[in-house]
Design a binder for this molecule. Structure first.
Ligand SMILES: NC(=O)c1ccc[n+]([C@@H]2O[C@H](COP(=O)([O-])OP(=O)(O)OC[C@H]3O[C@@H](n4cnc5c(N)ncnc54)[C@H](O)[C@@H]3O)[C@@H](O)[C@H]2O)c1
Length: 249
C-alpha cells in the first residue's frame, strides 16, 4: 500500500513512542519522513531503524517551544521540497500524581509551553509551507485529558484542552484552503512518557478505560495515517477519539 507515495511527512516527537509509530507507518506506506525532536540520540536511532528498512528519513534537532528553531526547521524542509503532512507528537506529561495546589508555576508554564505553545508554533510554520500548494494535513496529538481532565494532571490537562481549542479555531480559519487541521485524543498508550509517571496516576488513567486495556501504538498509527491521508478530505477542526470507550463528546 503506497498511500503516501511522493509525499513528505514531518513528525515532531518522532524519535519515540507515538511519534515514532506514526513515522514508521507513514514511511512504510511511501512517505519520506522528517523527524523533529529534541532528543538527538533517540532520533538518530529512529532514523537509522527507518533507513535500515529502506525508508527515507532525516532528523532535525529542535525544541518545538522555540520559535526560531521551529521556523528554521520548516525553512530547511521547504528548501528540500516542502511537506504535505505534519504530525505534532512532541510533548511532555509535566507534573502528575499531585493536586494543583502542589504544582509549581514553573512546571505548569513549562508543560503549557511545550504542549500548547509548541503546537501553535508547529501549526503556524507548517501552514506557511503548505498553503501555497493548497494541500496539507496537520495533525496535533492532544489527549483525552484535554477533554475530560485528569485529576492529578492539571497542567497537562489544561495544555491539551488548549490544543483542542487551537485545532477548532485553526481548522475553521483554513477550511477552504485544502489544508486540514485535526487533533487526536488518546487515552493511555504505554510509552516512555507513561512509564515515567507516578504509579497511582497510571492506575487512575487505565482504570478509566472501559475496554480495560491500554491503546496500542499500531492502533494510534492506523487512525493517524487515515487522518493525514487524502481519504480524510471532509474533516477539519476536529479532535478524533482513541480511548477504548472513555470517549467524551
Ligand atoms: N502515551 C500516552 O498515553 C499518551 C496519551 C495521550 C496523549 N499523548 C501525547 O502523545 C504525544 C507523544 O507522547 P508519547 O507517549 O509518545 O511520549 P514519548 O515521551 O515516548 O515521546 C515524546 C517525544 O517528544 C519529544 N519531545 C518532548 N519535548 C519536546 C520538545 N520540546 N521539542 C521537541 N521534541 C520534544 C521527546 O524527545 C520524545 O521523543 C505527546 O504529545 C503526549 O502528550 C500520549
Amino acid at each position: 500500500m503506497n498511500r503516501f507515495e511522493n509525499q513528505t511527512a514531518v513528525i515532531t516527537g518522532g524519535a519515540s513512542g507515538i511519534g515514532f509509530a506514526i513515522a514508521e507507518k507513514l514511511a512504510g506506506e511511501g512517505a519520506g519522513v522528517w523527524i523533529l525532536d529534541m532528543n538527538a540520540t533517540a532520533a538518530d536511532d529512529a532514523v537509522k531503524s527507518l533507513k535500515d528498512k529502506g525508508y527515507r528519513a532525516e532528523f532535525v534537532e529542535i525544541d518545538i517551544s522555540d520559535e526560531g528553531g521551529v521556523k528554521s526547521a520548516f525553512q530547511r524542509i521547504e528548501d528540500y521540497g516542502g511537506c504535505s503532512i505534519v504530525v505534532n507528537a512532541a510533548g511532555i506529561v509535566g507534573p502528575n500524581g499531585i493536586p494543583v495546589t502542589e504544582v509549581a508555576l514553573s512546571d505548569f508554564e513549562r508543560t503549557c509551553r511545550i504542549n500548547l505553545t509548541g503546537s501553535f508554533l508547529v501549526t503556524k510554520y507548517a501552514l506557511k509551507v503548505m498553503l501555497p500548494g493548497q494541500y496539507g494535513r496537520i495533525l496535533l496529538i492532544a489527549s483525552i485529558a484535554g477533554k475530560e481532565g485528569n485529576a492529578g494532571m492539571a497542567a497537562y490537562s489544561a495544555s491539551k484542552a488548549g490544543v483542542i481549542g487551537l485545532v477548532k479555531s485553526v481548522g475553521k480559519e483554513y477550511a477552504e484552503s485544502g489544508v486540514t487541521v485535526n487533533a487526536l485524543a488518546p487515552a493511555t498508550i504505554m510509552t516512555s512518557m507513561v512509564e515515567k509517571m507516578e504509579a497511582h496516576q497510571i492506575k487512575y488513567m487505565t482504570d478509566k478505560i472501559p475496554m480495560k486495556r491500554c491503546g496500542k501504538l499500531e492502533e494510534i498509527a492506523n487512525l493517524a495515517a487515515w487522518i493525514v491521508s487524502k481519504e480524510s478530505s471532509f474533516n477539519t477542526g476536529f479532535t478524533f477519539d482513541m480511548t477504548g470507550g472513555r470517549s467524551v463528546y
